[in-house]
Design a protein around this ligand. Structure first.
Ligand code: PEP
Ligand code: MG
Length: 760
């Protein structure tokens, strides 16, 4: 019994996943649920947000003529009861319920039993799913549990179909409607531009919808690629024929038959004729067939889905690799992808790139950190964005609030254009602060350093008046290559940084890969990468990589002596001792090798694992300075994946536990006579910077974009004001309240006028 329920659930979800339009999703759902639950009526009501009505959207068993035509207020009837209570209602005699509301004409008079469940997606009430039956009986617990499960699984599919429907071009090619997609603030700023969708290669499920310029040419191209794949398969079949049993050999013939001009290829041809590009046409056809196989009852045939998938991928890779036409980036490109990476950003000419939208990830993901340092407005975690469908769409991106507006109406564009212009003006004003010191009104000096990684960060940082580098993320140049850089290549990269800032200090962090930073040539696949092999754990296991990096840093430092070395992800003294002994060894060996003395740089530890907070004194005793990595420290203290948009609202940078930890590290570091800095994104938030200054942090290191804003705020307050804020905040017990308190305080003191511009 249970197994068949699970099977029905799987097949319903699979079937609806294969269709894109909302009405088909709903129609399939009601008819399959009706079958699976052997009942007489299944209907769906969806909330229409602009009218705020519950619309009768699909039914099996009631009068279909009323579908889409009748609606009720969200609080009306039993549907309203489900909406307001956000839970299931199970009634033996629906008409006897005081909230029962009879909709004339739809034909539900004769049905007594009623079971309805809410459809909720990301805390938002999308609608209600109902089953009914003539015979008076209470649906049992299994029925209720099944319906709740179906609804929970379908909510995401419905939300996605609604989103796709909202932006699709109508049957008469009319202008697509405007739509707002909510995500998370990634990097502040407003961008107005056109979408270019980037997708990983050979993924049939991530091919953007695009029209081809010339269907005849596109067909020719498709058939050329198809012929190459056919020849490949024939060659592979010949090569393996001696080793294969006849049934396995037959598989190659099946593949070839599938690719025959009269089979799958003909379906793809038809879509190309209709104006689609070959990749999109292929992806649609293959996905349909994969789904058909997956839905089959027979396990052998079900398995064939993977053959079709494999075949589809092969053809797609050919189409992709043979498509040598360079991607055209419009003048104002908004790069959109399911999961953007640093190297994808690198493909776009920097003068064309105005904004980024990533379906996955959050404001603390490394790609967002990179975007902030480059000053590119970014929206992360736009989970409902039908990203494959929005190629070339006009987009307004609000990186302050994490909103993306597709196909905006003129008035909206004008409104955002004004904000954009105002923002440019404010930036100009901030630029004027470049040569002024970061000092409070009562003379307390706060050195502001920068976090770097890209080559372009150097100029940006110097332009904004950085006084040093608090964190050079060395993994970034590693990420942009196809193999580990050699010692000499590294030396040159490091020398460039050290020279550009000398005599100002440059803090170079040793390679910090793992987590969400994986090198294409050194992939780390783990169940739980943020708790796995990352940072110092990797480099201590690979001394050959660590030593080369340390040697390159020390050689680059010759004659300049402004290098500091920082060790990431230290969770105990043993790791630190091991790292120190390797550094000392590299130092000794270099002196012997070069024949002249090389200064041993100051060494520091990142405090980003909670254990390091409690061992701050033990760690500090062994080294020259501590630097807090608040991005990771927050995720580990609060047990919130910094990359996961679902829990992004729990990632509270101002959480009292985080503030207490930050204060403890500053106090403990100072108790050992060491300097304490911070290089997490928290330092770049002006409200946070005030608190950190008051805690006694010796250096605040941040992305270059935030630096002038932080400076402007600190120059407007006194240290006394900051200490007073801190004292009040430390008595508060809730991160959200602390953030609100800080925003309000800054606004009151006249520094809130740039709120929208990311100042607070
Ligand atoms: C941090 O964790 O705060 C930090 C600065 O390092 P990263 O963001 O590169 O992990
Ligand atoms: Mg970190």
């Amino acid at each position: 019994m249970q197994k068949s329920m699970l099977e029905s659930l799987r097949s319903i979800v699979q079937e609806v996943n294969a269709v894109d339009d909302l009405q088909s999703v709903l129609d399939i759902t009601v008819s399959r649920v009706l079958e699976a639950m052997s009942t007489e009526v299944c209907s769906i009501y969806l909330r229409e947000p602009t009218l705020d009505r519950m619309v009768f959207m699909a039914t099996e068993g009631l009068n279909k003529d009323f579908v889409g035509k009748i609606s009720m207020a969200p609080e009306e009837g039993l549907v309203g009861q489900i909406v307001s209570r956000e839970e299931a209602i199970n009634l033996e005699d629906a008409a006897a319920h005081p909230k029962f509301f009879h909709m004339p004409g739809i034909g539900e008079e004769s049905f007594s039993s009623f079971l309805g469940v809410p459809i909720i997606h990301q805390r938002k009430m999308l609608g209600v799913l109902i089953i009914q039956q003539v015979q008076r009986r209470r649906f049992d617990e299994d029925d209720e549990a099944f319906l709740v499960t179906v609804s929970a699984q379908l909510a995401g599919v419905i939300a996605h179909a609604q989103a796709t429907g909202a932006i699709s071009i109508g049957p008469n090619n009319e202008r697509p409607k405007s739509a707002l997609f909510k995500g998370l603030a990634g990097a502040p700023g407003i961008a107005i531009g056109h979408a270019v969708v980037v997708t990983p290669l050979a993924d049939l499920y991530a091919v953007p919808f695009r029209r081809c310029r010339d269907p005849v040419e596109e067909l020719e191209f498709f058939h050329e690629c198809l012929e190459v794949v056919r020849e490949d398969i024939r060659a592979l079949g010949r090569k393996l024929s001696a080793r294969l049993v006849p049934e396995e050999r037959a598989l190659f013939d099946v593949y070839l038959r599938m690719l025959d001009d009269s089979a799958l290829a003909a379906e793809v041809d038809e879509k190309i004729h209709q104006g689609q590009w070959a990749q999109g046409a292929l992806s649609q056809v293959m996905r349909k067939h994969i789904n058909t196989f997956e839905m089959m009852e027979d396990p052998y045939l079900q398995e064939r889905a993977s053959d079709v998938k494999d075949l589809g991928r092969r053809v797609l890779s050919y189409l992709q690799s043979a498509n040598t036409a360079p991607v055209e980036y419009p003048e104002r490109t908004v790069l959109v992808g399911e999961e953007l990476t640093a190297s994808m950003l690198g493909e776009v000419p920097s003068e064309n790139l105005v904004g980024l939208i990533s379906v996955k990830g959050s404001g603390n993901s490394h790609v967002a950190i990179l975007a902030r340092s480059m000053g590119i407005p970014t929206v992360m975690g736009a989970v409902d964005l039908p990203f494959t469908q929005i190629e070339e769409c006009e987009i307004i991106l609000d990186g302050y609030n994490g909103n993306a507006y597709l196909n905006p109406a003129e008035e909206l564009r004008d409104r955002f254009q004004l904000i954009f212009d105002e923002e440019q003006q404010i930036n100009k004003e901030l630029e004027a602060l470049k040569d002024f010191p970061c000092v409070t009104t009562d003379g307390h000096r706060v050195p502001l350093w920068v976090n770097t990684g890209l080559q372009a960060d150097i100029a940006r940082s110097l332009d904004r008046g950085a006084e040093g580098v608090g964190l050079f993320r060395t993994e970034i140049p590693f990420l942009l290559r196809e193999r580990f850089p050699s010692e000499e290549e590294q030396r040159r990269i490091y020398r460039e940084q050290l020279e550009a800032f000398a005599p100002m200090p440059v803090t170079m962090r040793t390679l910090d890969v793992g987590g969400d930073k994986s090198l294409p040539y050194f992939p780390i696949e783990e169940e739980n990468p943020f708790l796995g092999w990352r940072g110092i754990r990797v480099t201590l296991d690979h001394p050959e990589i660590f030593l080369v990096q340390i040697r390159a840093m020390m050689k680059a430092n010759a004659g300049l002596n402004n290098l500091r070395i920082l060790l990431p992800m230290i969770s105990g003294v043993a790791e630190l001792d091991d790292a120190l002994s390797l550094i000392h060894r590299a130092h000794r060996e270099l002196i012997e090798e070069l024949g002249f003395d090389l200064v041993l740089p100051m060494i520091g530890v990142m405090v980003e694992v909670p254990a390091a907070v409690y061992q701050a004194r033990d760690l500090a005793k062994r080294i020259g300075f501590l630097s807090v990595g608040s991005n990771d420290l927050t995720q580990y203290l609060l047990a919130v994946d910094r990359n996961n948009p679902r829990v992004a609202d729990l990632y509270q940078a101002f959480h009292p536990a985080v503030l207490q930890a930050l204060k403890k590290v500053a106090d403990d570091g100072h108790a050992e006579g060491r300097k304490v800095s911070i290089c997490g994104e928290f330092a770049g938030d002006p409200a946070a910077a005030i608190l950190l200054m008051a805690m006694g942090y010796d250096v605040l290191s941040m992305n270059a974009t935030s630096l002038p804003k932080v400076k402007s705020v600190i120059r407007g307050i006194s240290i006394e004001y900051g200490k007073n804020m801190l004292a009040q905040v430390l008595t508060m017990d809730c991160g959200e309240k602390i953030r609100e308190f800080m925003n309000a305080a800054l606004k009151d003191s006249g520094r809130g006028q740039h709120r929208r511009n990311g100042l607070f």
